[in-house]
Design a binder for this molecule. Structure first.
Ligand code: NAP
Length: 347
């Protein structure tokens, strides 16, 4: 890696510390270097809070030094007055002479405008450093702007012979390490959804208990709204949304919301539309096969993360696993499970 790439990589690492906590804003990290050494850094920590560049600037006691520093940032500095003043103005105020950026902002209010402003003021600007990684870090934010829906990840575990479970039975296919990894993903995601059979049979808690950080908003599909009050996902902390048909039973449980949506071919699109309205930019679909397949059939997915165990399931009531078709981007061995990451290129 070059020096510039190393500094931008540090920005990504800082940005990741925000995990799923800054939505609907993007995760952003920034570092300041002086004589090629990092002397200040910051990241966007919560929505409405100071942006990464401002936190990096504020991490320096000696503001005079800023006029001799280089700023590295994972996303183009903002150009608009939102809850905080434009970061581009802070860069100009402190006369930072060089700015290195991974990706241009997708938000039309900024999109290249800050870069123009910096260049017009004589600042040296370099773009597209580790651009692909930069886009990955901000994928929820980009998906929300470019596709008008959250970034969607399908996740499931399958046996060696591609079965996801046995009808009516709870079955563990994954292992403790893949379980912990799933909880890390839950900490990074804004919302999680399961189908009604999974809700009944597996009774998952759907929160993050095995990794630090937040838990996602839990979405439970239940056509008639009749969910037993001892359902685990209702008892775990955090917001839960039950998705039911318009004439369903009204659920009255504290911290539980209900969306009334017709269970027709537009169900998923309507759910995604509601998530966008709530500022939730990423969604983890945790099964079962019926729900995952409906996302695949409507081409509403970006990535699939599939654990495959060495065990086989030979049972007359076994349930076939989904089979999303896309580009295999990575494989990892995690104990006795392998993890395949597939990206949907047909978007
Ligand atoms: N190995 C794994 O990673 C994993 C993960 C999760 C679950 N599982 C297993 O998978 C099994 C459950 O899978 P499943 O395929 O039977 O059920 P499921 O996907 O959990 O739930 C299916 C039900 O959800 C509702 N639903 C889902 N998608 C819908 C859509 N697009 N439109 C309308 N309604 C929709 C329907 O409910 P209504 O019938 O009420 O209309 C449908 O019958 C369980 O055995 C569970 O243990 C395995």
């Amino acid at each position: 890696m070059t020096h510039h790439e190393l500094c931008i990589q540090r920005c990504f690492d800082l940005a990741s510390l925000a995990a799923g906590g800054v939505t609907p804003n993007p995760k952003v990290g920034a570092v300041l270097t002086y004589r090629d050494k990092i002397i200040g850094e910051g990241y966007h920590q919560f929505p409405g809070g100071p942006h990464a560049e401002v936190n990096a600037i504020n991490s320096l006691k000696d503001k005079e030094l800023l006029s001799k520093c280089s700023l590295y940032v994972s996303l183009e500095p903002c150009n608009n007055f939102g809850k905080t003043p434009p970061c581009v103005d802070s860069i100009l105020k402190y006369k930072i002479p060089k700015v290195f950026i991974s990706i241009i902002d997708a938000n039309p209010s900024t999109m290249g405008k800050s870069i123009k402003k910096l260049k017009a003021a004589g600042v040296v600007v370099e773009l597209n450093i580790l651009k692909e990684k930069g886009k990955k870090i901000t994928q929820g934010f980009f998906s929300s702007i470019e596709k008008n829906r959250p970034y969607i990840i399908l996740k499931y575990a399958q046996s060696a012979n591609k079965k996801i479970g046995i009808k009516g039975e709870q079955l563990w296919i994954s292992n403790p390490m893949t379980k912990r990894l799933t909880h890390k993903w839950r900490s990074e995601i804004n919302a999680i959804i399961v189908g009604s059979n999974t809700l009944k049979i597996d009774n998952p808690q759907l929160n993050n208990r095995l990794y630090f950080g937040k838990s996602p908003v839990k979405l439970l599909l239940k056509r008639n709204g009749q969910i037993p009050s001892d359902t685990a996902a209702l008892l775990t902390a955090g917001k839960t949304i039950i998705i039911s048909e318009p004439n369903a039973t009204i659920v009255k449980i504290p911290n539980v919301k209900q969306w009334f949506i017709p269970f027709d071919e537009a169900l998923l699109t309507n759910i995604l539309h509601n998530l966008k309205k709530e500022g939730l930019n990423s969604l983890l679909v945790e099964g079962g096969t019926t729900l995952i397949n409906s996302f695949i059939q409507q081409n509403l997915w970006d990535e699939a993360r599939i654990f495959t165990s060495k065990k086989t399931i030979n049972h007359p009531k076994s349930i076939a696993a989904p089979s999303p078709e896309g580009m295999l981007m990575a494989t990892h061995q995690i104990g006795d499970n392998s993890l395949s990451v597939i990206e949907n290129l047909d978007q």
